[in-house]
Design a protein around this ligand. Structure first.
Ligand code: CA
Length: 241
């Protein structure tokens, strides 16, 4: 039994977009040790074509490509697929680079030099996430659970350990966004635009207050440690084991 989606003929197909042959080879070898099938693209144009033609389960994406910025690959893929996980693997470690990639629709960000173990763990999370989302879509997704946390979207109620969390409307919306995007880093900007409702954009200070309050409520209800802070970038809800 496995939650990981399978490519035709078996193992998950991972598109490795990397123009440095040595790094592409290192990543490919690591993926093969897990039984995953790497497919290498050295340019943005090849990456976009292969993403469309071969339907990989995950894309690992370098940003510094010879023909275009990797962000362009993110934008193009997102025009036809919302759900295909894209993990940026880049030497650019500035907050602005991470935010740019995440805002364009990347799911995760790994800074070079990276550890192979960490890279494989991120791919595993992305495969699991894609599998879970498929299952949720089939069930209609009115209730979403993650470990001790449960969100009932029809009733707009969050429970942890069976106990109802008393949330303000804004806290509910922030928690719902994080839970719907479990394992994905949401930038401050994304949360400020999407949680505050039509035409309104929140401010960072209010968001921090809400996160602190949410964490206290989750912790009291026995669901501590679910929300991870990415300093200067945003927040991510971790998938509970
Ligand atoms: Ca490069």
């Amino acid at each position: 039994m496995s939650a990981e989606p399978r490519a035709e003929g078996g193992a998950p197909l991972i598109l490795v977009v990397e123009d440095d042959a040595a790094i592409a080879s290192l990543i490919s070898t690591a993926l093969e040790t897990r039984g995953w099938v790497p497919l290498v693209a050295g340019t943005a144009a090849t990456a976009i074509a292969l993403a469309a033609e071969r339907s990989p389960q995950v894309i690992l994406l370098d940003l510094g490509l010879p023909d275009a910025d990797g962000i362009e690959v993110v934008r193009r893929v997102r025009t036809w697929s919302e759900g295909l996980p894209i993990i940026v693997v880049s030497a650019r470690g500035e907050d602005a680079d991470k935010i740019g990639a995440l805002d364009a629709g990347a799911d995760d960000y790994l800074v070079k030099p990276f550890s192979v173990g960490e890279l494989l763990a991120r791919v595993r999370v992305a495969l699991r996430r894609a599998g879970h989302e498929g299952a949720e879509a089939r069930e209609g997704g009115a209730v979403l659970s993650n470990g001790a946390l449960e969100l009932d979207f029809a009733a707009r109620v969050a429970r942890a350990g069976g106990e109802e969390l008393r949330l303000t409307p804004l806290e509910w919306r922030v928690l719902a966004l994080l839970a719907k995007n479990v394992d994905r880093v949401l930038t401050h900007q994304y949360l400020l635009e999407h949680a505050w409702g039509t035409g309104q954009v929140g401010d960072l200070a209010s968001l921090r207050v809400i996160m602190a309050s949410l964490r206290r409520k989750l912790e009291r209800a026995g669901a501590a440690g679910l929300i991870q802070t990415h300093v200067g970038v945003g927040y991510r809800m971790l998938r509970a084991e």
